[in-house]
Design a protein around this ligand. Structure first.
Ligand code: ZN
Ligand code: ZN
Length: 362
């Protein structure tokens, strides 16, 4: 990973924003800028006109890990919490205008920061400075994401081998998660969703103790974190004979998903991608049952920018990695969602998720 290149870009953004230092407290941003994967670390980026200086603060639990992982930054292992050490670092350096990550700092931490950097330092809230950089994945990140997507996709077969009427949803999730860990995943990207029968009408139905019924849809939505990068995919399968209504629901979602994927290319607003799929569901009479947005960015975090939702004007650009995941949820009837991860390329897009979208029946 080219941490130095990222730091330079951030330093430029910081100068433009009128700060001479930034306190980075959001751990995914810390990881992005210097490679630290632990749970206690703060970065202080100091900029001058031509250069920048990065200091990483952590506590004694992470001495060895910090020295092994952190790149292109000076490592300070303090006696107190990393956040306090970082604030004091800024105080000692006599920073004039100190930016902080306004969306990521609790009120009490903000007050603490104010007490430590009293005097001539002015505090300035910043928003998404690092997240803006993280929007566009570099070549190293794209290859990590590909590996994460492929690992998740390979687990779909595992899920299919255990999923059958009478088996608890948690049992399916458990098997999937065990295999993910055996294959080297750090953890799941989020709590695995296995939602069967009427529960498939819950867009976020976490696996429950309920048994898979003989009849109806089963939504499987899961992802893994591999080498710090997330994946996220959804497939919907069906138990028992498929009714006409269920067939129509499935085909409508598949068509909508393909329409949204077809709209993905540089320069297109994310709201347009959402609209392309929503239009298909409208024609099929299901629009009212598509109750969430079309997708989101994926990277170090499973939900990051951009948002692919109604009315969003942000333009897609090469290097963005997004999900496309329309769905239909009809109370008491069931639900369908199909989700792929898609890379925005120079000329259009590449679907990263290799898994079939044909309706699989058990
Ligand atoms: Zn998902
Ligand atoms: Zn998703």
């Amino acid at each position: 990973m080219n941490y130095l290149a990222r730091q330079k870009k951030l330093a430029a953004a910081l100068r433009q924003g009128g700060c001479d230092a930034l306190l980075v407290t959001h751990l995914p941003n810390v990881l992005y800028l210097c490679g630290f994967t632990g749970s206690a670390g703060v970065l202080l980026l100091h900029v001058s006109e031509r250069s920048h200086k990065l200091t990483f603060y952590t506590d004694g639990r992470y001495t060895q890990q910090a020295h092994e992982e952190v790149q292109s930054a000076r490592v300070v292992v303090g006696k107190r919490a990393a956040f306090i050490e970082g604030c004091e670092g800024a105080q000692k350096a006599r920073v004039k205008t100190l930016g902080f990550e306004a969306d990521q700092l609790s009120y009490s931490a903000y007050k603490q920061l104010g007490q430590i950097v009293r005097g001539k330092t002015k505090l300035k809230p910043t928003s998404s400075l690092v997240e803006q950089l993280r929007l566009i994945k570099d070549a190293d990140e794209i290859s990590q994401i590909r590996a994460s997507v492929l690992l998740a996709a390979s687990l779909f077969q595992t899920a299919l081998s255990v999923i059958k009427p009478g088996v608890a949803e948690t049992q399916v999730a458990g098997e999937l998660e065990l295999q993910a860990r055996r294959a080297g995943a750090e953890k799941m990207s989020f709590d695995t969703i296995v939602a069967a029968g009427p529960r498939s009408a819950l867009p976020h139905g976490r696996a429950s103790a309920q048994a898979i019924p003989n009849q109806g849809f089963i939504i499987l939505d899961y992802g893994v974190i591999l080498a710090s990068y997330c994946s996220d995919m959804t497939r919907t399968v069906h138990a028992g004979a498929v009714s006409r209504t269920h067939r129509r629901m499935y085909e409508a979602v598949r068509e909508a998903q393909l329409a949204s994927i077809g709209a993905v290319k540089p320069g297109v607003a994310t709201g347009e991608v959402d609209r392309a799929g929503r239009e298909v569901l409208k024609k099929a009479g299901f629009e009212a049952f598509f109750t969430h947005s079309t997708g989101h960015g994926v990277g170090i975090e499973v939900h990051e920018s951009p948002r692919l939702a109604r009315g969003q004007t942000q333009k897609l650009a090469p290097g963005m990695v997004v999900t496309i995941e329309p769905g239909i949820y009809i109370p008491d009837e069931g639900g369908v969602r199909i989700e792929d991860m898609v890379l925005v390329t120079e000329t259009g897009h590449e679907v990263l998720t290799p898994t079939t979208k044909d309706l699989i029946t058990l």
